[in-house]
Write a protein that binds this ligand. Structure first.
Ligand code: CO
Length: 165
């Protein structure tokens, strides 16, 4: 045990530790979404500044089906600020994105029948919402998954990690 009353480095760490912990909880909450125990549902939003409300989604492996709702909280239309939510393995990300551009707006920038796509929502504009349900049967906890918006150019910023735990 350290002598009580000293103001050494240990005391300083001890004094600021609660602050660090509190701060990390705040930062964590800002960029994190997870499935609800009750209904395996994830809700996130996207805005006119090309941002998803979460940079990371954590889903429980016990969820055999996950429901995902995307709210577009912006005002810009689908044609100029369209957003969708696409889930793939990280290794498939580049290919899905470039084939999606070719597929065009009418297909929500996802190539028809692309088997690399684990799940995707349609492309929506400001003020709209969309919900999908998808099976996790073929997903593996050991695999690295990413989610992104496949609207041309948006995936550079609108991208996050999807974890099954
Ligand atoms: Co977008």
């Amino acid at each position: 045990m350290l002598v009580q009353g000293t103001a050494g480095p240990y005391s300083i760490v001890k004094a600021i530790l609660p602050v660090i912990l509190a701060l990390s909880v705040v930062l964590h909450n800002q960029s994190y979404a997870e499935t609800d125990d009750a209904d395996c549902a994830v809700v996130l939003s996207a805005d006119d500044a090309m941002r998803f409300s979460s940079a990371e989604i954590v889903a429980k492996q016990s969820c055999s089906v996950i429901s995902l709702t995307l709210h577009h909280t912006g005002r810009l239309p689908r044609a100029s600020m369209g957003h969708n939510w696409v889930l793939t393995k990280e290794v498939d990300f580049r290919g899905v994105v470039s084939d999606g551009v070719m597929a065009g707006s009418a297909n929500s920038y996802i190539a028809e029948g692309d088997s690399r796509v684990v799940a995707f929502t349609k492309l929506i504009g400001g003020g709209e919402s969309t919900t999908i349900s998808f099976s996790t049967e073929k997903m593996k906890a050991s695999e690295r998954y990413v989610f992104f918006c496949s609207y041309p150019g948006h995936w550079g910023i609108m991208k996050g990690t999807f974890l099954l735990t």
